[in-house]
Design a protein around this ligand. Structure first.
Ligand code: TRP
Length: 453
């Protein structure tokens, strides 16, 4: 068990804060045109993400095993349909898919520690920074090397058992990461384009909203909070019963959102001050941040430290992606943790090669439409599997668990609190997912036309 409430907050924050906040949020905000996307993302965090995260912690703490076995135990105990256990299984698969590309991007962060440390970006121009990144992407062997290294580090950490190192590590990583983001933000404020960055992120333009933005904002809300696949459920299994789930979850969600917004506010001014393209895609972080540190005194040092912290944040997130599968295999087969870790890691690494090649040799190979292997794995796992997983987690927590569990877990004994919970987990959260899916299927333009009469 985690030693205290604070420790669970740290571990869950370590899972939530990662590449999703610092790498993914800015680049998909850029691709989806800014303000409208950000607003929908914030609404999804508040109305869909928070209730589902609460549901996950609650289910995990009630079952006190890995997600698959927790779902098995709870469905048997309360005589519910065995189909609910699929939530657990789908989560294992989603975690596996996500880690396969997460490790590739984690490898990029590793590589950039060295690239910044050797001073190569000192005084660099925007086109030099872009060129450096493109040259890196064009080299599958180099990418494979860093991808492999990231996976080896993750496997060696999870093979030893999660809890020990994690608490101490996160206690250092989070505050330091905040400090360096603040440095970057300071640079953004003085770079001359802060107003433009701010307007890009917060000016809500209803006409610019697309179905894709709506859909990706929902998927990203799940991704950034680490919900919908059982990771938080697995961590919930270690939470002491005295901890307040509501307060804890809100703390984590706020922290996670603040990190993402600060990262965006730091990056977009750099984009506009240097005439870069906000929608340039996954390279956004790796072009803008080196560029900014290249202009700052001691930039090579601070830049290297920044990417060390991003790498560490990525590792603490990657750990949580494997926890449901790892905990299940260890429970079920009494297998050695280290051996399970190596097997899982190897499988994920193999699949990750598809993502490595998506940026070079296989760039023209499309799985469906114009999606590369990376786009496809990313799309299926985050935009489809996480929201669907979350939908069923919310429904299970709201309707399949008896009222007594609610009372014990959330401390909701009065009718008002219970109703509120039912509305959030049983109505708002599932409806949010369904509405976004429906609008995506029907097409936002058709919906707008219908509203316009
Ligand atoms: N939330 C992490 C990030 O933003 C990624 C992550 C870790 C995750 N564990 C997860 C995403 C579980 C979905 C499910 O980088």
């Amino acid at each position: 068990m985690w030693s205290s409430r604070w420790m669970f907050v740290l571990a869950a924050a370590g899972s939530a804060v990662g590449l999703g906040n610092i790498w993914r949020f800015p680049y998909i905000t850029g691709e989806n045109g800014g303000g409208a996307f950000v607003l929908i993302y914030l609404v999804c965090i508040a109305l869909v993400g928070i209730p589902i995260m609460m549901a996950e912690v609650m289910i995990g703490r009630e079952g006190r095993q890995s997600p698959v076995n927790t779902m098995r135990a709870l469905t048997q105990q309360h005589h519910r349909h065995r189909g609910w256990v699929l939530i657990g299984w789908a989560g294992l698969l989603a975690g596996f898919l996500i880690l396969s590309f997460y490790a590739v991007i984690g490898g990029w962060a590793f590589k950039y520690i060295l690239s910044l440390a050797d001073g190569g970006f000192t005084g660099a121009t925007a086109s030099q920074a872009t060129g450096t990144f493109e040259a890196f992407l064009a080299s599958p062997w180099e990418m494979l090397f860093w991808h492999t290294l990231f996976m080896v580090v993750v496997v060696s950490v999870i093979g030893r058992g999660v809890v020990k190192g994690l608490e101490t590590a996160i206690r250092w990583i989070m505050p330091l990461l905040f400090v360096l983001l603040a440095v970057l933000l300071g640079y953004g404020v003085t770079s001359g384009a802060f107003g433009q960055g701010l307007a890009f992120m917060f000016r809500f333009d209803w006409d610019a909203l697309t179905d894709r933005a709506l859909f990706e904002a929902l998927g990203h809300a799940f991704f950034t909070l680490s919900i919908g696949m059982g990771a938080i459920m697995a961590y919930g299994a270690y939470v002491p019963s005295s901890v307040s789930i509501t307060n804890t979850v809100i703390t984590i969600a706020v922290l996670d959102t603040v990190v993402a917004l600060v990262a965006g506010l730091a990056i977009f001014p750099i984009v506009f001050a240097n005439g870069l393209e906000p929608g340039q895609g996954p390279g956004l972080l790796f072009v803008t941040v080196p560029l900014a540190f290249g202009q700052l005194p001691l930039g090579a040092l601070f830049g290297a430290v920044f990417f060390i912290l991003v790498s560490l944040a990525a590792i603490t997130s990657a750990i949580s992606l494997t926890e449901p599968a790892l905990a299940y295999l260890v429970e079920e087969y009494n297998a050695k943790r280290s051996r399970v870790a190596v097997t899982l890691g190897t499988g994920c690494w193999l699949l990750g090669i598809g993502t490595v090649l998506s940026f070079n040799e296989w760039a023209e190979f499309h799985v469906v439409g114009s999606m590369t292997v990376f786009d496809f794995v990313d799309y299926v796992s985050q935009n489809l599997m996480l929201p669907l997983g979350g939908l069923f987690i919310a429904l299970f927590a709201a309707f399949a668990l008896p009222k007594s569990v609610l009372g014990n877990q959330l401390g909701l004994t009065g009718p008002v609190g219970r109703k509120l919970w039912l509305v959030l987990a049983g109505v708002t959260a599932p409806l949010g997912v369904l509405v976004v899916f429906l609008v995506t299927i029907i097409g936002l333009d058709n919906v707008k036309a219908w509203f316009a009469g």
